[in-house]
Design a protein around this ligand. Structure first.
Ligand code: SF4
Length: 421
């Protein structure tokens, strides 16, 4: 390509100004920017110069290279294939062996801190890195060298993101993501199996427009592309809400385009923009074409998101056999029981309250009646009590007569001294 910017390259490809502006608007949408940014993006991208790229491959099937080379959207392809100047890519080089190594080191010295490092595939460190060698050296060493001298590193695909399939349970090669070899922190990850090239184009456009990498989450994924659940953007979501599910592949629900949740779709657990960005010139994506999401942009997705056609088992520690559905039903049961208990408690409290109120009302009525009766009585009725008749004096005590036979009458006890008597 002549180094006269993307717009000139697109014109040579037969593109029109209108489609270029459409592309700028699409990039603004992919970056979650208002459409008002489209002219600024158009200006930045149309005058952009080529960015050198050094593309290193670790443990990979090559799916991301395929996605990159077969970008079918014409403007995305123009951006990726014309603005990016791929200086080193093992699958695309015309040379091999020592000459290939020389091509890489030449590119690094030609553009010090001025090229993009793109890493595809997992980085194994088991057996001293012997499971994946580039020119006889562990790919971890080569990737570290390339990333250290780069403007920024973009990890493309799920294997470069965190090890992907090579790092699945067992992980005999001790495979991991690119973060293992990044020391400078200028890393953007684009997980997906494979990556969506719209997101790669959006990262580059953001860099060209704002001279910095886009905002990312804790796993270095651009928030614009990985900040929302697939489930929230899915065109089958209304069927989920109405309880309309495909229960078997090819059944009536599947034919009607109903929700694939019960066939294992991981859209409710997966953060990505697949429904909006789509694939194949934005024609479709996996759920639209009838297959559930497999959660490939999620960390450790081979372990965490399997099996592909069942709901995720074991979300609760210590209860590995508990599926998400069962856990949901359990939660509904617990919440229902709690609501029932609360209603019962409230009923009892209200009943007690009613009893207390009734008792208080009864007491108040009784009290009012008493007051009424008292008020109705004449004042005399409540005057001093009538005098009570005095008790008759006690009869004298007869003391038996002494020996002399003279009867003697004893005075009643007065308590006075004998001489006063
Ligand atoms: Fe969610 Fe998947 Fe159903 Fe779409 S098909 S609504 S992503 S569960």
């Amino acid at each position: 390509m002549q180094d006269d910017g993307l717009y000139a390259a697109m014109v040579r490809r037969g593109m029109t100004r209108r489609s270029f502006l459409r592309f700028s608007a699409a990039m603004a949408a992919a970056l979650a920017l208002p459409l008002t940014y489209a002219p600024r993006i158009a200006e930045a991208v149309s005058s952009a110069r080529r960015i050198p790229v050094i593309w290193v491959r670790g443990q990979t099937c090559g799916g991301n290279t395929e996605a990159f080379l077969r970008s079918s959207d014409p403007t995305t392809a123009a951006l990726l294939l014309d603005v990016l100047s791929v200086e080193y890519h093992e699958s695309l080089l015309a040379v091999a062996g020592a000459d290939a190594d020389l091509a890489r080191t030449n590119a690094m010295s030609l553009y010090p801190n001025g090229y993009l490092a793109v890493i595809e595939g997992a980085i194994p460190t088991g057996a001293g890195g012997a499971y994946c060698l580039v020119g006889g050296r562990p790919v971890a060493d080569v990737a570290r060298e390339v990333c250290d001298g780069a403007l920024a590193t973009i990890a493309v695909g799920s294997c470069a993101f965190d090890g992907g399939a090579p790092a699945a349970s067992g992980n005999p090669t001790d495979a991991g993501g690119v973060h293992r070899v990044i020391g400078n922190g200028r890393l953007v990850t684009l997980p997906g199996c494979p990556l969506n090239t719209v997101n790669l184009a959006a990262v580059i456009v953001h860099y060209l427009t704002f001279n910095e990498l886009p905002p990312v989450d804790l796993a270095n994924r651009p928030l614009a592309a990985y900040g929302n659940l697939i489930h929230n953007q899915c065109e089958r979501r209304p069927h989920f809400e109405f309880g309309e599910f495909a229960l078997e592949w090819g059944d009536e629900g599947a034919q009607k385009g109903w929700c694939l949740y019960k066939l294992g779709c991981k859209g409710p657990e997966t953060m990505a923009n697949c429904p909006a960005a789509r694939y194949g010139e934005k024609t479709s994506w996996n759920v639209r074409s009838g297959h559930g999401c497999i959660g490939c942009t999620t960390p450790s997705f081979w372990n965490a998101m399997g099996p592909a056609y069942k709901r995720i088992p074991g979300p609760i520690p210590f209860f590995p056999a508990l599926s998400t559905d069962t856990a949901g039903q359990l939660m509904v049961g617990v919440v229902g029981a709690a609501a029932g208990g609360h209603a019962l408690g409230m009923g009892l409290r209200m009943k007690r309250r009613r009893m207390i109120t009734a008792r208080e009302a009864k007491a108040a009525v009784a009290s009012e009646a008493t007051v009424a009766v008292v008020e109705a009585e004449p004042a005399a009725a409540i005057g001093p009590a009538p005098a009570q008749p005095l008790e008759a004096p006690a009869p004298p005590v007869v003391i038996p007569e002494p020996e002399t036979g003279e009867p003697e009458t004893a005075e009643p006890e007065t308590g006075a001294p004998p001489e006063e008597r």
